[in-house]
Design a protein around this ligand. Structure first.
Ligand code: GLU
Length: 467
């Protein structure tokens, strides 16, 4: 088998979304797993709709997920002269021709056909035209498509696809202003870039017969095609922004890890036994486009969160420290990291949640949850909190490690003749002001004696206020 060459070919008219990233991933995996090449081509021929930000966002997303491509990025907008050469070649070889039919007439014919409920097709009237072309009409260039037989190809996902030639017309390959059309440039580029395998969304399935006609006219080798079904929402509808069809970089902003997102995406439309967690190496070892699913896949937000939680859990302090400032966190000292990070990891599924909990733990309490306050506010709890600060003062040395704090809390509870768990609610109220957050012992160990006392005193003041 010749060396595998795949490509990802986004149009930068909108931000790269997760469907695009999944397509890129499949192409990437197939090439990398087989020692082939993975190329990146930006399809920016629609000069009016292109956005530089969107182009940059594609490169940013690639860098974020760690997907590298071979060679330089190919920009279609820089290749117009090349496309022009191939248009001229086809004209010269009599495989394409100028068509002088005016836009207005064409539109009129289309409307008439549609009014009769017919499917409109260009009538190939200039295909074999000889004579003097109409003056003042800028012609388009059309390909001479086969007029009989079938266009067939074996799609790696959909199986055999057959389209009757008569369903297609001599479609336009260059507009009247000379610019080449979409299917034409894709074909030229895939051929010249040596692409052997095209994995793309099945919204492109109807383009493929046209591209095959062009491959044949140009004498190029036809690549293998794999048209991947869309990602749908759990209701089986097109994914909306609210469901998760947002820009890849938005996932970063929301606190997702690239390894979780890639793992999530690889499973949308592909599986390997019933395995859910895939390291990059496993994806490379097992992925094969021939086992892509021909049914649409369903976006499951809970699963993405679960995967993110899984990968978040595996990060060590150093790795977390590298990621947290992006989310506005100040990195605490090593003692706090060691005690609190494992606690917070247990309780968060995203880096945003992680940072939120970290901030709640480390910032002084600003507001007290009223419901909790009403529950906590009684003489017994107030007494316990007061006694606890006194106990803290007497036990300073033994409150340095998590184990110390745990055993000191138990001793204090014993001493007070209560169960340890009865201490948790008043202490949580005093130290965090609200339910949730991390365990009380780790929090005290992380905060240290002085901060803990300060918070308890502040809470006592609050509890002793009227109301
Ligand atoms: N530029 C096309 C898109 O963004 C992809 C073309 C292709 O993969 O052949 O949908």
């Amino acid at each position: 088998m010749s060396k595998i060459v795949t490509r990802f070919a986004p149009s930068p008219t909108g931000y790269l979304h997760i469907g695009g990233l999944r397509t890129a991933l499949f192409n990437y995996l197939y090439a990398r797993a087989n020692g082939g090449k993975f190329l990146l081509r930006i399809e920016d021929t629609d000069l009016a709709r292109n956005s530089t930000d969107a182009k940059e966002a594609i490169l940013q997303a690639f860098a974020w997920v760690g997907m590298d491509y071979d060679g330089e990025v190919v920009y279609q907008s820089q290749r117009f002269p090349l496309y022009q050469q191939y248009i001229e070649r086809l004209l010269k070889e009599g495989k394409a021709y100028y068509c002088y039919m005016q836009k207005e007439e064409l539109e009129k014919n289309r409307k008439e056909a549609e009014a009769k409920g017919q499917i409109w097709k260009y009538d190939n009237r200039y295909r074999d035209f000889v004579g003097t072309p109409p003056k003042d009409v800028k012609p388009v260039v059309r390909i001479k498509a086969p007029s009989e037989g079938e266009i067939c190809f074996l799609d790696g996902v959909k199986g055999e696809i057959r389209v009757a030639a008569k369903e297609l017309d001599d479609f336009i390959i260059a507009r009247s202003d000379g610019t080449p059309t979409y299917n034409f440039v894709v074909t030229i580029d895939d051929a010249l870039m040596g692409v052997t395998d095209v994995i793309r969304g099945d919204d492109h399935l109807s383009n493929t017969p046209k591209q095959i006609i062009l491959y044949q006219a140009l004498g190029f080798v036809i690549p293998r095609f794999y048209h991947v079904p869309m990602i749908l929402n759990p209701e089986g509808q097109k994914l909306s922004k609210r469901d998760g069809a947002m820009s890849v970089m938005e996932y970063k902003n929301l606190g997702f890890l690239p390894q979780a997102l890639l793992n999530f995406l690889v499973r949308l439309g592909w599986s390997h036994n019933d395995q859910e967690i895939f390291s990059m190496q496993e994806m490379l070892d097992f992925f094969n486009p021939n086992s892509l699913n021909s049914a649409p896949s369903s976006y499951n937000k809970e699963k993405l969160l679960w995967l993110n939680g899984h990968y978040l859990h595996q990060l060590n302090c150093e790795q977390l420290n590298a990621l947290l400032p992006f989310y506005g966190a100040e990195i605490p000292n090593a003692h706090i990291q060691e005690i609190l990070y494992p606690e917070i990891k247990e309780r968060s599924k995203t880096l945003l949640e992680f940072v939120e909990i970290l901030k709640t733990c480390l910032a002084p309490v600003k507001t007290y949850d009223e419901k909790m306050r009403q529950k906590v506010k009684n003489d017994e709890n107030i007494h316990l909190l007061k006694e606890f600060t006194i106990y803290l003062n007497s036990q300073k040395k033994s409150f340095e490690s998590l184990q110390d704090v745990e055993s000191e809390i138990a001793t204090f509870a014993d001493f007070q003749g209560i169960k340890t768990k009865n201490l948790f609610m008043p202490l949580r109220f005093a130290l965090l002001g609200s339910p949730g957050g991390v365990g009380i012992a780790p929090l005290i160990a992380a905060l240290g004696i002085e901060n803990t006392q300060e918070r308890i005193n502040q809470a006592l003041k609050n509890l002793l206020e009227e109301s």
